[in-house]
Write a protein that binds this ligand. Structure first.
Ligand code: ZN
Length: 881
């Protein structure tokens, strides 16, 4: 069942041209007719295999002649084999098939399915085989010359597919049709079809060479008032890609459709992007500032795929990071450009540490280019996406902006219209810049987060400062990865040294910068870099801008960190110094909490620097907010040999309440000074103001007294936007009492007509720290608005709860059993979503023996359940090792 990267083989004959016909029916199934032109064989020829899943074969013919079952072809639950004896041996031929599919019964949301009354498709990675028999792999690039979609005029007035609409018409009997043609050859995973009763907004864009592109964004009619931000973001993306990479859009129209029921975030289908509503819809009274940021980022992401993904695609799915890592990097650059570099970098690194680092130290760890898989959908991971983007960023850091651009230009020059590999990308970067990037391949081969140990030595006589950089040895890396079992990441016993760009600067004690940013290239296991003419002992600022996805260790004193918080010229490292200071404190308090000691007062250096940051009156308020935020519990957990959720929770609570107690007057005054002074605006300045004010509210609420409840309630009632509402309510959700209940009820009344807002109502309760959250979550599963069928709704309750560290890991194991129940139920409906839920148990070996046993019990239960999907089986089995 396992597929291996090393086994890649090109096909002997491939599909060159495709014509499809969809006869959409409300019930009884939809007939899909396909005419595929297949090439002459490149080699000796042989049987031809076409993937197909859950298809009911109606007819199959070669060059117009019907084939006979078992003699000319064999159909199984996995596909169709055409016997070589039934095929012309030395020339192209036309294969015609007709199949029946049942979109109305498709709960997997892969292939052709219905979301509400709307027909839509999701084909990546392997969904096209659920629509028709096909060579469903990305290196088969065919021209889709004619896609005819026919349906009921009333229920599906809008009929869309990829490319340009070339024909449409009325069929007289209440039915109509449209024909689409996509001039660009594409792999099947980029196919899309949408048919529904949709509203839309329209606009247009003039490309840099002067071509007019019609833009249209569709949604259910009641959501059309929430599409403007997506349209603005789309135009900004188109412009940015022209300005930054010289990449222009290539069709006459670009359509986006918002869909309620969607497994992932969004999909870059050629000319017809399909989006989870959560990443398109936005208006101030229903979407938070964070939602706005996400819409902008994901619209950019999918748009940028038109070049990095569609024009140049992946040879096979092991190469997924070729398009995803690169496109995430590009969307990060775009968001940084639209907002602030420093803020965006901090947000991305926070996300990487909270999600990807834990994945990389779990049994699910894999290189950004995996070596094997059973179910490809299980490899759309934080490692492939986020660490993949960090790897692309390292090329950018090593080569510089111009060098990187040269590499991109060469990549497109060489590979436009092709399906290629990560090695091809690396070769383009190397060749365009005349550098050797062979060692850099290790980032694609080795899993695990490297540790970078740095030591600095100042020689006062010679006036030199030397920085020794050491990559974790094999043994060290092993124990970092899994202290419990002292095993390295799966299937990798040895780690070779990486090629790591380490951006450093040196500061003198007076705050001046004696050595500005410089990229050191660490290639050996250990290397020393010496700086001359350093007049006095400097404080090094290492790994500026987080120049590599590693864990840095340097023996700074608390005073050094406080110094860097103020004087570092690198805004990321100013933030990072504060995080290190907080992390140290939190980890030492966690240790104390474990031994049952009472927790001491916070050190003066910590409180002083917190206070100084709080009182700052100039500068970017978003940065200030992030500087005041503590590292997340999942980030801290990475630093513990055995994760102790209770002690981590106790330490975090102690720090928060101590800050609130010590600095209440300052917190209150700052909070008041940040009150809105005019009508709602979505400017960077205002987003920063709200972020800072709500960060402060979070500290104030930690005391959970009446004053806190009153303040939160007041903000909830007077809020003029969703950001402030949700912030107030998520605080209130932690403070039991009538205010909490009243606000939740009021929010529910507002939310119940809007699916995305209702998701927030579920999430707020799932992430609350009330002692009985599990029971409340269980009760919410029975709420009439809850459903396992909508992935957003399911995640808003169950996945959000699973991320609630102290509650999910409650000693009794009751929450693990709940997750097991949910997983098994969802698996019957939608395996792709169920297998993601299993991931919540993947860190099981990092916990104490009792918790390990309880989590393992659930993993075994899931893995061994009768009729379990291969998706979910694979994840459970990998977790168990
Ligand atoms: Zn993507």
């Amino acid at each position: 069942k396992e597929k291996f990267r090393k086994d890649y083989m090109p096909l002997e004959r491939t599909i060159q041209e495709v014509q499809l016909d969809f006869n959409l029916q409300e019930e009884g199934g939809t007939i899909v007719t396909a005419k595929l032109t297949m090439s002459a064989p490149s080699g000796r020829g042989g049987d031809v295999f076409l993937d197909g899943e859950e298809l009911e074969l109606v007819s199959v013919a070669v060059d117009g002649k019907p084939l006979h079952a078992d003699v000319d072809y064999k159909a199984t639950s996995e596909g169709l084999t055409l016997m070589s004896s039934a095929l012309p041996a030395d020339r192209a031929f036309e294969l015609s098939t007709a199949v029946r599919v049942k979109p109305e019964l498709n709960t997997k949301l892969s292939g052709l399915y219905k979301s509400g009354g709307m027909f839509c498709t999701q084909c990546e990675a392997e969904g096209f085989r659920r629509i028709t028999y096909y060579q469903d792999r990305p290196d088969v690039m065919a021209r889709f010359t004619r896609v005819r979609v026919e349906g009921n005029k009333n229920s599906v007035p809008v009929l869309l597919s990829n490319g340009n609409k070339v024909e449409e018409g009325d069929l007289g009997d209440g039915r109509h049709y449209a024909v689409w043609e996509d001039p660009f050859p594409k792999p099947s995973y980029l196919f899309a079809l949408v048919a529904g009763d949709l509203g839309s907004i329209k606009s247009q864009y003039k490309t840099m060479s002067g071509r007019d592109v019609k833009l249209e964004i569709f949604s259910e009619k009641e959501n059309v008032d929430k599409l403007d931000w997506a349209m603005d973001s789309l135009k900004a993306s188109m412009k940015w890609d022209e300005d930054t990479y010289g990449l222009e859009y290539d069709l006459d129209l670009f359509n986006i459709v918002a869909v309620n029921d969607f497994n992932m975030g969004a999909m870059e289908n050629k000319g017809l992007n399909v989006f989870n509503t959560a990443y398109v819809l936005a208006k101030p009274d229903t979407a938070t500032d964070l939602d706005y940021e996400r819409v902008e980022g994901v619209i950019g992401h999918e748009y940028f795929h038109n070049w990095t993904g569609n024009r140049v695609t992946c040879r096979d799915w092991f190469q997924l990071t070729l398009k995803e890592g690169l496109t995430v990097f590009r969307d990060q650059q775009f968001s940084a450009y639209m907002g602030s570099d420093a803020v965006k970098r901090i947000e991305d690194v926070r996300g990487l540490r909270a999600r990807q680092f834990p994945e990389d130290s779990s049994p699910l760890a894999h290189p950004i280019r995996p070596e094997q898989y059973q179910v490809m959908d299980n490899f759309y991971t934080s490692t492939v996406y986020q660490k993949g983007a960090e790897v692309i960023r390292m090329y950018h850091t090593l080569l510089g902006t111009d060098g990187f651009r040269k590499g991109m230009d060469l990549y497109f020059k060489r590979h436009d219209g092709q399906a290629v590999t990560c090695d091809d990308f690396r070769a383009a970067m190397a060749d365009a810049n005349n550098v050797d990037l062979s060692q850099f391949e290790r980032w694609y081969l080795q899993a695990g987060t490297p540790t970078l140990e740095a030591t600095g030595t100042y020689d006062a006589d010679a006036k030199t400062f030397s920085l020794k950089l050491k990559q974790a040895s094999h043994k060290l890396l092993m124990s970092t990865l899994c202290p419990e079992c002292t095993k390295p990441t799966p299937n990798q016993e040895h780690k070779d040294p990486f090629h790591i760009p380490v951006k450093v600067g040196l500061l003198l004690r007076d705050g001046s910068e004696v050595v500005p940013s410089k990229v050191l290239e660490l290639k050996e296991a250990e290397q020393t870099f010496t700086f001359d003419n350093i007049p006095s002992e400097p404080v090094p600022s290492i790994l500026r801008g987080f120049s590599a996805p590693v864990k840095l260790r340097y023996e700074y004193s608390d005073e050094d960190l406080a110094f860097l918080m103020t004087y570092d010229t690198d805004s990321f490292n100013r933030w990072e110094a504060g995080q290190q200071l907080a992390q140290r404190l939190l980890l030492s308090l966690t240790k104390k909490a474990q031994t049952g000691e009472s927790l001491p007062e916070l050190p003066k250096v910590f409180l002083d620097s917190f206070k100084a940051t709080l009182l700052q009156d100039t500068g970017d308020k978003s940065l200030q907010a992030y500087a005041l935020s503590l590292p997340s519990s999942s980030t801290l957990a990475e630093e513990m040999d055995v994760i102790d959720p209770d002690a981590l929770g106790a330490a975090a609570k102690h720090v928060r309440t101590s800050i609130a107690t010590a600095l209440m007057p300052e917190l209150k005054a700052k909070y008041e000074s940040l009150a809105p002074s005019g009508p709602y605006q979505k400017t960077g300045e205002e987003v920063g103001r709200r972020r800072l004010r709500n960060t402060i509210l979070d500290y104030i609420h930690s005391l959970k007294d009446d004053a806190a409840a009153d303040l939160c309630f007041k903000q909830y009632e007077s809020a003029d936007c969703m950001t402030d509402k949700v912030a107030a309510l998520s605080c209130l959700a932690d403070i039991p009492g009538p205010k909490r209940e009243a606000a939740l009820e009021s929010f529910y009344q507002f939310a119940k007509s809007d699916a995305l807002v209702l998701n927030k109502w579920f999430s707020l309760q799932a992430s609350s720290d009330l002692p009985d959250v599990l029971d409340r979550v269980k009760a919410l599963v029975s709420h009439p608005d809850f459903t396992l069928k909508n992935p957003n709704r399911l995640r808003s309750l169950v996945s959000v709860f699973a991320a609630n560290m102290t509650k999910f890991h409650a000693k009794s194991g009751a929450a693990y059993a709940f997750l097991g129940d949910m997983c098994l139920q969802v698996d019957q409906i939608n395996a792709q979503v169920a297998s993601r839920l299993v991931g919540s148990l993947s860190q099981w070996r990092r916990f104490d023996a009792e918790r390990q046993a309880l989590m393992k019990e659930q993993l075994l239960r899931i893995r061994d359940a009768e009729g379990i999907s291969k998706d979910t089986y694979e994840v459970a089995a990998r977790c168990l090792g």
